[in-house]
Structures are given as structure tokens and as C-alpha cells.
Design a protein around this ligand. Sequence first.
Ligand code: NAD
Length: 358
Amino acid sequence: MESIFEYMQTYDFENLFFCQDKALDFKAIIAIHDTTLGPATGGCRMWQDYTSEMDAVEDALRLARGMTYKYAAAGVNLGGGKAVIIGDPKRTDREPVFRALGKFINRLGGKYITGEDVGTTLQDMEYIRMETEHVVTLPTYLGGAGDIAPMTAYGTIRAMQACCKKVYGSDSLEGKQVAVQGLGAVGHNMVEQLHELGANLIVTDIDPAKVDAMTARFGADAVESEAIYDVDCDIFCPCALGKVINDDTLSRLKCKIICGSANNQLAEERHGDRLEEAGFVYAPDYITNAGGTIYDTDRLGVGGVSHERGKAKVARIYDNMQQVFEIADRDRLPTYQAADRMAEERISQIAEVKKYAD
Ligand code: NAD
């Protein structure tokens, strides 16, 4: 990115805020992409490995835009925003840092709502909550939804069922071979829920203890982490890293469906085109992994968490995935582009609705 304003104009960003306090060694960026559907919402990332300040600004802007698409495609009435704190995610003096961020967020009067992201924790969100109410990811004892990973897994499985319907004519996962990469917060919930649905599981993780737990509890087969790309299966379910669909893995995968929770699965957009050409059914990551954030934000404006209502909304990821397939067929697009189109169409339709005065 050479010019901030040029970048913001290209992708139609609304605002960019810089916050700092020298005594606290606090530097943060808040990016607001689009508030057509509702307040800009998206987690707070704490990260220090930026090559320059411009690199951090671009990260905040890119992530904020990603949230606009994620909420729009999920049918949630929120816009896209993101905060980035430039700093060591392991720094121990967290209270003043996150309370300072809370103060700045509060000044925005609800135009931006923050949450947990890479490098931040629920405890950090508690510090932010001391200064502002505009924070979603909170423990249950503070009125939040608590651990959202089970709902991220559930939403991904709903997308997987829609993929099965398309490929096999039935959404049943009974007897399907599913290769799960990564057995962390989402992955282990995925294995548990897939097991309940009768899937046969092949799992991997770089942490052998996590693998042992899944093989012992659910009778899953295990492979070395690199071997997961080569296993014969119906569904490859990436729940660990980004960029797992790349030049190397594309020629190795033997599945029919790729559907997992990991963010940024395509190394480059062209890999989404290649998946399409090679006949894979690819469930775009921001469609599949929206469950946690749908569940987490469901309480906003409706007076608190309801597990039943939240879960019912997450279940609609099945319909969202089907709509992606419809747009892909209608406009002859690979699914990753069809998802973007679905989000853009919803934003422009709701903008049209909103032009009428109340
Ligand atoms: P996590 O850190 O809890 O788990 C990741 C797991 O992947 C760990 O067990 C780690 O050991 C394993 N791993 C790392 N490198 C690996 C490799 N090369 N091969 C196999 N396993 C490897 O993270 P998480 O919260 O479970 O998230 C998983 C993915 O889903 C991430 O991409 C995350 O961005 C995305 N996601 C998570 C949520 C959520 O609710 N937690 C929501 C949306 C998206």
C-alpha cells in the first residue's frame, strides 16, 4: 500500500483511527470499512511482527473489510471493523493497554464494536469492558456468550452438510471420511460433533497429545501432519492454518469437498480458480467459519444470550452455503467469488431499503 487514501478509496472504507499513549507504550489502529448493515464489528488483534506502520494499517484495513463480507454473507446486521494493537502479544502489563483501547473505542459511540482475535484473550476483553460497553466477546459471567469455538465447529458442519447435499444428493455425514487438520479449540469440537453424526475421522495435529485424545475418545485414525493432504477421504477439513490450498497441496488432495474453519485457506485467489477447474467443491472460509461470531453477536440489541436462538441462526450457514452454490451456478463463478457477490448483493439491497426515512 503506497497511499492510505488511495487504498481506502479503492475499497470504499469509511474511517481509520490512530490511537496512542507514549507513557503506556500503546499504539493502536481502528479501521471501519462499511456500516451499511450496522455498527462496524470485528476483533482486536495484537501483533508486533509488522515490517512497517503502513503494514499494520493495511492489515487493519484488510481485516475490517473481511468482516464486512463475513457479516453480510452470514445475514447478520453488522458492518466490518477491526482494531490492531501494535505490540508484543505476550506483553504482561495488559490492563492499562486494553483499558486505553476501551477508552478510545468508547469515544466512537458504538460505531465500532470490538472482540477477541489473534493475540488477545477473554481477560483482555474484560479490561476493555471496564471502559466501554462496545465489546462482544465476553465470558458468560459478564453477559457474553463465553467460548464460541463449539459454534464455529457447528457452523462449519452445517456448511459441510450443504456441500454433501450438492455432491452426494444427501446432507448426511454418516459414513463419510473426514480428514481434520488441527485439533485445537475448533478442531476438537469438530471431531466430537462429526463423530456424533456418524462420520469416520482421520485426524492430525502437530501436538501428539491432542491427537491421542481424539483417537482414544472417538476412535479416529491419525496421520502425521504432512500426510493429511494425501489421505483418501470425502472431505478435507482444515482447522489449523491459512494457505493450506496451494500449488503443492492442490495436486495431492484426494477429497471431493474442502470445508473447514481455518481462515484464509487459499494461498492466493488463483487457487480458488484451480479448485473449481479441478472439480473440487470448496466452501469459502468466511462462510463456513462464521458460526462463532454469529452466535457471539446474536445477543446485541436483543437483550442477552439465548443458546437456542443463537444456535438456530448458526444453523442457517447451511442455507448461506446453498445460496453461494446458486450464485456460482447463476454467474458461472468459483465459489470464493460467489460468496463475495452474495455479500455485496445483500449490502446493496439493504442500502436500498435504508434510503426510506423512518
Ligand atoms: P487453535 O490455535 O486453538 O488450534 C489450532 C490447532 O492447529 C492447534 O492444535 C495446533 O497445534 C494445530 N496446528 C498448527 N499447525 C499445524 C499443522 N501444520 N498441522 C496440523 N495441526 C497444526 O485455533 P482455533 O481457534 O481452533 O482455530 C483454528 C482455525 O479456525 C484458525 O485458522 C482460526 O483463525 C479459525 N477460526 C477460529 C474460530 C474460533 O471460533 N476459534 C472462528 C473463526 C475462524
